[in-house]
Design a protein around this ligand. Sequence first.
Ligand code: NDP
Length: 463
Amino acid sequence: MPQEVDLFVIGAGSGGVRASRIASGYGAKVMVAEEYRYGGTCVIRGCVPKKLLVYASRFAEEFEDAAGFGWTLDKPSFDWTKLIANKDKEIDRLEKAYMSTLERAKVATVRSRAVIVDPHTVRLEATGETVKAKHILIATGGTPSLGKEIEGYEHIISSNEAFHLTELPKRILIQGGGYIAVEFAGIFNGLGSDVTLVYRGDNILRGFDEDVRSHLRGEMEKRGIKIVTKAIVEGIEKVDHGLCVMLSDHADVVVDKVMFATGRRPNVAGLGLEVAGVKLDKKGAIEVNEFSQTSVPHIYAVGDVTDRIALTPVAIREGHAFADTVFGGKPTRIDHRDVPTAVFSEPECGVIGLTEAEACERLAKVDIYKSSFRPMKATLSGRDTRTFMKLVVDGENGRVVGCHIVGPDAGEMIQLVGIAVKMKATKADFDATMAVHPTAAEELVTMREKASSHVRGAAAAAE
Ligand code: NDP
């Protein structure tokens, strides 16, 4: 007789783990299967190890900046192998913590690929056993998408492999202009690699505010990252001293590693979705309604596999809301508007809400406040860097509808600005808040002069 559960969760990443734990807390009998490692992309090969590498990469600037503050340091040296070993130890610890959290929550865990074999049955590939489930939750995340096969495709690595390189590449070329490309460009550059970033469009971080894009690009270039735009990698050839990368309309570049950060696709292959009748959208993501319910009423999906907003905290909220809805008797929708986000580039970006261009499209009147200033630390360090901040304000009611920051600790700042924006704070509320001095964040409550005003149908006017 197959085992029977109330909920079978496929994938123990951020969304799947949260959903399992909360559903079990409501008294459901829950089993979760994970084919790789507990914790999923965020913990095992995403946000967490990435942030550890970001910390490592930032010491280089700290060492340089220290001189202006009176410090004399011996020439610092860096050991990649030690960093990776320490990072792996921490990831192992976190994986165990995830497993014990599930065990404490009385969730049955299995390490196996799970495949849907009929709408209420899942087969565990590791043992061949089948499990009957009243509900199934698909939380299988995403996987790097490297684009079409080009010559030398076998030489391309994704972020998955970047976390496990045996040595730090002296020269690396990264293709892509999104989160992962700019974050890894900063990491490798900080650690001492010679970095070339190749992006097919006009400028990195498409979809972000134009000022953020140009400010970040300038700062990355100041730090020595070569950014080649309007180009794609056409082929890669192994040569004596490395890999020769052929670019469209540009000279070849010779490097030691080639990494593609060209987006991620939903992890749906071979899951048996067709057997169950679960519909996919045009991009191959699982189609869900506002309660994360798929086209099959007892099958749900959360996180990157649904390609709504591919961010860990969003997957966690979706997983929690699913459990509340299905097992807690509290139908819960997730508000996907005004989600704050950070790019851990060097320097960081923190953004929430509308860009200037989006606000101008949607609102009748838009006021823009911006500031670009030299961070206080740079006065003594002598570093050539500037912080950028921008508030996008609805000119009709004064509401702050967007905030965009590029500079140290932008991620920390935007988390808190996010509360104000979610609460529909106005520019007057920001102004009424006393500044914390001396900080960079105080600039957000002291921007008095409008940089520009836009009225729908009229040319932008600077005030
Ligand atoms: P993104 O979608 O952010 O960026 C993909 C980049 O690759 C874009 O610049 C895109 O160009 C380019 N691209 C796509 N296809 C091709 C192609 N065939 N040839 C050349 N270039 C191509 O994906 P990432 O892989 O960087 O990250 C995936 C997701 O993971 C992010 O969207 C984000 O949601 C999440 N993430 C979040 C992080 C955070 O919160 N800090 C960190 C890392 C990831 P174009 O712009 O022209 O489409």
